[in-house]
Each structure stands twice: as structure tokens, then as C-alpha cells.
Design a protein around this ligand. Structure first.
Ligand SMILES: [Zn+2]
Length: 60
């Protein structure tokens, strides 16, 4: 049991980093020239924990 914990944690980290890498890849496909807000065409946004982006211009 003691030896399983770090192994599981490592696998979790690996999976998380691959999910993050996948998300970044999809974002690049979706916004090849960078983020663009569909509501106000702003190009600045903050990533949220849910994986969505919050536009800094209109807060959508
Ligand atoms: Zn916007």
C-alpha cells in the first residue's frame, strides 16, 4: 500500500499534464491566432478552473 501511493500520484500527475497538453492543443486549433472572444472580439482572457475562458473585455 505504501509503495502504491507515490506511483498512483505520479500517474495522476502524468494524466493531468497530458489533459493540460491536450487542452492547449485544442485551444490552438480553435484559436490559431490566439484567443478571440465570440462576444466582443477581445483577445485577452483568463483561463478558469472549469477549462473555459473569461474574457477580460466583456467578462463572458
Ligand atoms: Zn468579450
Amino acid at each position: 500500500m505504501k509503495e502504491d501511493f507515490p506511483k498512483t500520484l505520479l500517474e495522476m500527475e502524468r494524466r493531468f499534464s497530458s489533459v493540460e497538453a491536450c487542452r492547449r492543443y485544442l485551444e490552438q486549433l480553435r484559436w490559431p491566432g490566439g484567443f478571440e472572444c465570440p462576444a466582443c472580439a477581445g483577445t485577452e482572457a483568463w483561463p478558469m478552473a472549469s477549462g473555459l475562458w473569461l474574457c477580460s473585455g466583456c467578462r463572458r
